[in-house]
Design a protein around this ligand. Structure first.
Ligand SMILES: CC(C)(COP(=O)(O)OP(=O)(O)OC[C@H]1O[C@@H](n2cnc3c(N)ncnc32)[C@H](O)[C@@H]1OP(=O)(O)O)[C@@H](O)C(=O)NCCC(=O)NCCS
Length: 173
């Protein structure tokens, strides 16, 4: 069995996204969401609203291997985006990013977290269900290629998080 490449063994760290990260994130966005990638300006716009947004990147081996963002306009939080590069999938990075976003939603006193996911994306759906999200609605032909969007919701308890990123929702992993 051959050893994993150095970059794949590297420790993964999660930190806030900065403006300097946006070109790299936008390049990943085009790769990971070829049908409906956000333009670069969209990320810049999101980062310019920290009072209602929190964006994160996951880094390994000096490069960005994942990113995620939350909008929170109390009492509703929305997972705006979440993605992990294929070579780093299945290592818990998506779960870590989602845990952080849910913790952020709690800290901002959101009562629920919403997201939309392509009906043909069972991997992401499974991740969300594992965190306690439930499908509440279908938007027919929502995506550019005619695929439906599933709207999913996680209802939060009344108390805000402690800041540790730990959530009870993740406890059923
Ligand atoms: C959806 C997505 C974000 C998930 O990211 P991820 O980093 O692979 O997610 P995780 O590793 O946390 O979880 C995925 C699976 O890996 C498993 N896993 C987690 N940590 C693991 C580890 N250390 N070793 C092995 N497997 C692990 C999890 O149990 C999970 O399995 P399950 O889905 O069968 O329960 C990622 O697949 C992705 O970016 N897809 C393309 C973009 C996309 O679809 N984004 C969502 C748009 S709504």
């Amino acid at each position: 069995m051959s050893a994993a490449p150095e970059s794949h063994r590297a420790e993964v760290t999660v930190r806030d996204m900065t403006l300097d990260d946006v070109p790299a994130v936008e390049a990943l966005e085009r790769q990971l969401f070829p049908i409906d990638a956000w333009p670069l300006q969209m990320f810049l716009d999101e980062l310019s609203q920290p009072e209602t947004r929190r964006y994160l990147v996951a880094e390994a081996g000096g490069g960005i291997v994942g990113y995620a963002g939350l909008r929170c306009i109390e009492p509703i939080a929305d997972v705006q985006t979440i993605a992990v590069v294929p070579d780093f999938e299945g290592r818990g990075i998506g779960s870590t990013l989602l845990t952080e976003l849910i913790g952020e939603a709690r800290r901002r006193w959101a009562s629920e977290v919403l997201l939309e996911v392509r009906a043909d994306n069972p991997r992401a759906q499974k991740l969300y269900v594992r965190f306690g999200f439930e499908q509440i609605h279908v938007r027919r032909r929502y995506y550019r290629d005619g695929v439906d969007a599933l709207i999913m919701r996680l209802q939060l308890a009344d108390t805000p998080g402690t800041g540790s990123g730990e959530t009870t929702e993740a406890g059923n992993q």
